[in-house]
Design a protein around this ligand. Structure first.
Ligand code: CA
Length: 645
C-alpha cells in the first residue's frame, strides 16, 4: 500500500468512531481488533492471515484509584509507525530492526477517569500495555487485579510449565520456574498445583498456527505475572501468590503516575519460525542505565555441577581453573560454601592463581534474606544494600568479574526491586550478574547492560539429582528452543562429556543422550556466558573431537534461524557467529530421524563438516555433501544429535 493511502485510511479511522478499532503489522497479516462495548468488557481479538488466533479476550485493570475493566469509552486514538534498530550482543541476534505499527487508544471509565491502551503490532508480534496518567490530585496507584486475558480457540493445545506452590522444595526456595512441562496438553485440565503457569506459555492453535504468550519490561515498578488456569479457553494474567517471599510483601503492584504496566506479548505465526526468532522481549523495552564497563562474554567451568559441595576447596578449584585454562575458557565459577570452606583470605590467593592462568572469576551468593532456609554461604550478603555494596567493593578490589546469585523469593514487586537494585549496584562495581533459582528474565538483556543469564529452567543439576531427568533429558531439551529460551537467555549449565554423572565418571546417574547431542545443546541453548559441565577427567577420557569442538564454541550469536522441529520431539536450528553458521539438531523420539534440511546459509558451499553419532553412538565428524538447493540429508539417532558447520 502506498504511504499516502495508508495515511488516508488512518485519518478516516481516526475521525470515524463507528469503525472497529484495528491495527495490523507492516505486512498486514497480523491483525488486532479492539472493541469497547457500552457497559461491557473491553476486548481485543487477534487474527493471523485471516485465521483466529485469539478470540475476543478481556482487557483492563482494577486499581485503588478506579475501575478500568468495564464500560470504557473511547475518547480518541493515534496510530504511528515505529521503525528502530538496535544492537545487543547478549541475545539471539546482534542487530535488530524493529518495525511495527503502534495504536494508542485513549479511554475513560464510567467516572471519567482516563487511561491509555497501547498496542504495538509487528509482522509476528503483538505487545500491549496500559498507561495511567496522573488522576487529578492522585499521583500513585495500586493495581488490585488485571482483567487482561488470552482466550484461545477450542482446538488449541498447550505446552506449559506449571507454577509451583510457594515455600516448598529444597530449603523452601520455590517457586523458581523449575517445574516439568506437558506437551500438547488439552486446555481444560487443571495445572499441577492449581496456580496456573509461568511465562512463556506456548499454544498450538490446531493447524492454524502457534502463539507464544509472555511479558517483558518488568522491573522494580511491577510484579512478575503468570497465566491463570484456563476457564473455557480463557487464561488471565495472575499476580504472585501471597505465600511467596515468606509471605512478606504485597501481591498488588504499585507505581507512580503517570506510569505503565509491563508489556504483555504474543508471538504469532503459521509455523514455529517467528517464535524461535522473535526479538519482541527486547524490541519494546529501553536500557535502564548505561555502563562504563566493557563486559566480556565467554565460557566457564564450574566444579559444583559434577563434583558438588565437596569440591569447594582450594585444590579442587585449582583443578577447575586449570581445566578452564586448558580449554581456553575465560571464566571459572566458584559455587556455594567458598566463604567458609576456602575462606576469604585464601580466596584472594585463589583468585590471583586464576588470573595467573588468564582465567577470570565468578562467585556464587545466596540472595537470602528472609525468604528461605538456605545455609549455603555466603548468605545474607546480597539482600541488604549496605552489606551488598561492601561485598561488591571487596570483589572489585580482587578483580572478580561476576556473581551468580541463587535462591530468590518469588515474583512479587518486592523481589523485582531487589533484582534491579542488585544489578545496578553490581554494574557500579564492574560485575556481571547471573541469577539462579530465580524468575524468568523479562527484557533484562536490553534493560541492564551487566545482566548475563538466568536459570529459570529445569537445568543441568537435575540430571545429577535424579535418573528421571536423565531419562527425560532429550524431551526437555527439545522444548527449550521453542519456549523458555526464545524470550530470554537461559543459564542451563550443560554439556556433559561424562557418561556417568559423578566425580569418578563411574557412578551416580547415567546419561542417556549421546556426546554429539551434548555438543548440539551448546548451540541450541543460548546464554552469553556459558558455564559448561565439563570435568578435568574429560581432558583425557573424552573424544578429542568433542574437546576440539568445545574449545572453539562461541557463546554470542549474530543471527538465529529456525530450520525444523516440533516441541518435545526434535529441533533443528541454525545460529551464526561472525561468518560461521552452526546448524544443530537433536532427536527426542524413539526412532532415527531422517531429515532433508534446506540450509540457505550454506549457499555456495559443496560440502560442510557434519558432527554425528556413529554406529556405536560414538561421535564422528565427516564431510556432508550439499545437494541442489543447499539441501542436506541427515539422520539423527534417538537421543542423539548433529551439528553442521
Ligand atoms: Ca536450580
Amino acid at each position: 500500500m502506498k504511504n499516502r493511502l495508508k495515511l488516508a485510511l488512518w485519518l478516516l479511522a481516526a475521525t470515524c468512531p463507528l469503525v472497529a478499532q484495528e491495527v495490523t503489522g507492516p505486512d498486514g497479516k497480523l491483525k488486532v481488533v479492539l472493541d469497547f462495548p457500552e457497559n461491557g468488557q473491553p476486548t481485543y481479538t487477534v487474527t493471523y492471515d485471516g485465521k483466529n488466533m485469539l478470540e475476543a479476550s478481556p482487557l483492563g485493570l482494577k486499581t485503588n484509584v478506579g475501575d478500568f475493566s468495564h464500560g470504557l469509552k473511547k475518547t480518541g486514538h493515534e496510530v504511528k509507525p515505529i521503525d528502530t534498530t538496535y544492537r545487543l550482543t547478549r541475545i539471539k541476534t546482534s542487530e535488530v530492526h524493529y518495525q511495527a505499527n503502534e495504536l494508542a487508544v485513549s479511554v475513560v471509565n464510567g467516572k471519567g477517569q482516563p487511561m491509555q491502551i497501547t498496542f504495538r503490532v509487528s509482522n509476528n508480534d503483538v505487545a500491549f500495555r496500559y498507561t495511567l496518567p496522573r488522576q487529578g490530585e492522585t499521583g500513585s496507584v495500586r493495581v488490585m487485579e488485571e482483567a487482561t486475558g488470552f482466550r484461545f480457540p477450542a482446538q488449541t493445545t498447550t505446552f506449559l510449565c506449571p507454577q509451583s506452590d510457594a515455600m516448598i522444595g529444597w530449603k523452601r526456595t520455590k517457586p523458581s520456574y523449575e517445574e516439568e512441562y506437558k506437551a500438547d496438553a488439552p486446555m481444560d485440565v487443571r495445572s499441577q498445583y492449581g496456580h496456573g503457569y509461568t511465562f512463556p506459555c506456548l499454544f498450538r492453535v490446531g493447524d492454524d498456527g502457534w502463539v507464544l504468550v509472555s511479558e517483558t519490561g518488568v522491573d522494580s515498578r511491577y510484579c512478575g505475572s503468570r497465566l491463570s488456569d484456563s476457564e473455557g479457553g480463557l487464561y488471565r494474567i495472575a499476580f504472585p501468590m501471597p505465600e511467596e517471599n515468606n509471605g512478606n510483601g504485597t501481591v498488588e503492584p504499585a507505581f507512580a503516575l503517570s506510569g505503565s504496566t509491563p508489556w504483555r506479548t504474543l508471538t504469532v505465526g503459521a509455523s514455529l519460525k517467528p517464535i524461535v526468532e522473535t526479538t519482541v522481549p527486547w524490541d519494546v523495552v529501553e536500557p535502564r542505565y548505561t555502563t562504563q564497563h566493557d563486559y566480556r562474554m565467554g565460557r566457564g567451568t564450574w566444579s559444583w555441577i559434577l563434583w558438588q559441595d565437596g569440591s569447594i576447596n582450594y585444590d579442587d578449584q585449582v583443578r577447575y581453573i586449570d581445566l578452564a585454562s586448558a580449554m581456553g575458557y575465560e571464566y571459572v565459577l566458584i559455587d556455594n560454601w567458598w566463604d567458609t570452606n576456602i575462606g576469604r583470605e585464601r580466596m584472594e590467593d585463589l583468585i590471583k592463581y586464576a588470573h595467573s592462568k588468564k582465567v577470570d572469576v565468578f562467585l556464587w551468593y545466596s540472595s537470602s534474606g528472609y525468604w528461605n532456609d538456605i545455609e549455603q554461604g555466603p548468605v545474607n550478603r546480597m539482600d541488604n544494600a549496605i552489606i551488598r555494596k561492601q561485598e561488591m567493593r571487596w570483589m572489585q578490589s580482587q578483580g572478580v568479574k561476576g556473581i551468580k546469585v541463587d535462591f530468590w523469593g518469588g515474583d512479587k514487586q518486592e523481589t523485582m526491586r531487589l533484582y534491579e537494585d542488585l544489578l545496578s549496584d553490581a554494574d557500579d562495581h564492574g560485575l556481571m550478574v547471573i541469577f539462579h533459582g530465580c524468575t524468568l528474565p523479562r527484557g533484562w538483556e536490553r534493560m541492564y547492560p551487566n545482566y548475563v543469564g538466568s536459570e529459570a529452567v529445569l537445568a543441568s543439576e537435575n540430571l545429577i539429582f535424579n535418573q528421571h531427568f536423565c531419562d527425560e533429558e532429550a524431551f526437555n531439551a527439545c522444548l527449550h528452543p521453542f519456549i523458555r529460551n526464545t524470550v530470554g537467555c537461559m543459564e542451563f549449565g550443560g554439556v556433559f562429556l561424562n557418561k556417568r554423572l559423578n566425580r569418578g565418571n563411574d557412578g551416580g546417574t547415567t546419561r542417556r543422550t549421546t556426546d554429539v547431542f551434548q555438543l548440539a545443546t551448546a548451540v541450541l541453548f543460548q546464554n552469553p556466558i556459558q558455564n559448561f559441565a565439563l570435568a578435568p577427567n574429560n581432558l583425557t577420557d573424552a573424544p578429542r573431537l568433542c574437546l576440539d569442538f568445545m574449545k572453539q564454541i562461541p557463546t554470542t550469536w549474530d543471527e538465529v534461524r529456525f530450520i525444523d522441529g516440533y516441541p518435545g520431539k526434535y529441533v533443528v536450528l541454525a545460529r551464526r557467529h561472525g561468518d560461521t553458521w552452526y546448524v544443530a539438531g537433536i532427536n527426542a523420539t524413539q526412532e532415527p530421524l531422517k531429515l532433508k534440511l534446506s540450509l540457505p546459509m550454506f549457499e555456495g558451499l559443496k560440502t560442510v563438516s557434519l558432527y554425528t553419532d556413529g554406529k556405536q553412538l560414538e561421535p564422528l565428524m565427516k564431510e556432508q555433501k550439499l545437494k541442489k538447493g543447499n539441501v542436506a540429508e541427515v539422520t539423527i539417532a534417538p537421543q542423539g544429535g548433529i551439528v553442521l558447520k
